[in-house]
Design a protein around this ligand. Structure first.
Ligand SMILES: [Fe+2]
Ligand SMILES: [Fe+2]
Length: 248
């Protein structure tokens, strides 16, 4: 396995590892995003077992012990499995996550206390500004959230738009159709009545780049892509709700 590095927005680097054994024959990518600044931030730690690979990839860009912030969308192995390995190599690093995840998981599982991010709070890492937005249960996880980098208009949207395959690092093509196919394949989202509205709210950020955890990054009208994805989840919830309704 190798990790490829691409700059998908100014000072934001995608570290991408393709695993052909997952969802064959298409395979599946795991992407971390290193946001450079005076206090560099890594969004997604990578799986614990992939830590040597991820660490080596970060090391091609910065000295790993310089890392200051570790953030992710929700508590799950591919999002934060290597969190404590990172805390060990980067003595100044802090895990930053929303209130729910900090209370429910990180206060126990992280080797150092997390920095709690309030919904809508922005942290300035010196050259980049990252806004945390709560998205509970979207696409899954009570503690779920996303991070928006304000200076480059980049939404690090975690598992939203998950797709299979090993596409380009950055595309201007369709990311909604492949995301719908990804949901059909994995059923990874916690369908809930507020899901469409939660995703639609993110469109008000008007992102120019969407940084997908599993798939290519997207450059273009991020708001339109988010609204289209929200519409599809509304449709799914209607179908699901209708199927779940008790019959007379
Ligand atoms: Fe996930
Ligand atoms: Fe993920």
């Amino acid at each position: 396995m190798e990790t490829r590095i691409s700059e998908i927005a100014d000072g934001i680097f995608r570290l991408s590892t393709f695993v052909p054994e997952i969802a064959p024959p298409s395979g599946f990518t795991f992407n971390q995003f290193l946001v450079l600044g005076e206090e560099p931030l890594l969004f997604h730690t990578g799986l614990r077992r992939m830590f040597p690979l991820t660490r080596a990839a970060v090391g091609r860009l910065i000295s790993p012990e310089r890392l200051c912030w570790i953030a992710f969308g929700h508590y799950e192995a591919d999002e934060c499995g290597a969190m404590n390995e990172w805390l060990a190599v980067a003595p100044r690093a802090q895990v930053a996550h929303g209130r729910t995840g900090s209370m429910v998981s990180l206060s126990d599982m992280a080797d150092r206390p997390p920095r709690v991010l309030e919904d809508g709070e922005t942290i300035d890492i010196g050259g980049k500004r990252l806004r945390y937005v709560d998205t509970p249960h979207v696409p899954h996880g009570w503690d779920a959230g996303v991070i928006y980098e304000e200076t480059t208009h980049t939404l690090m949207c975690g598992d939203l738009f998950t797709q299979v395959g090993d596409g380009p690092a950055l595309t201007q093509g369709d990311v909604v159709g492949p995301a719908i196919a990804g949901e059909d394949l994995f059923n990874y989202s916690s369908l809930n009545p507020g899901m469409g509205a939660t995703i639609r709210r993110l469109s008000s950020l008007a992102p120019r780049t969407l940084a997908l955890m599993h798939g290519p990054s997207f450059a273009g009208d991020g708001a339109a892509a988010l609204r289209a994805l929200a519409d599809d989840y509304d449709r799914r919830c209607r179908v699901h709700g209708a199927a779940a309704s008790p019959r007379a």
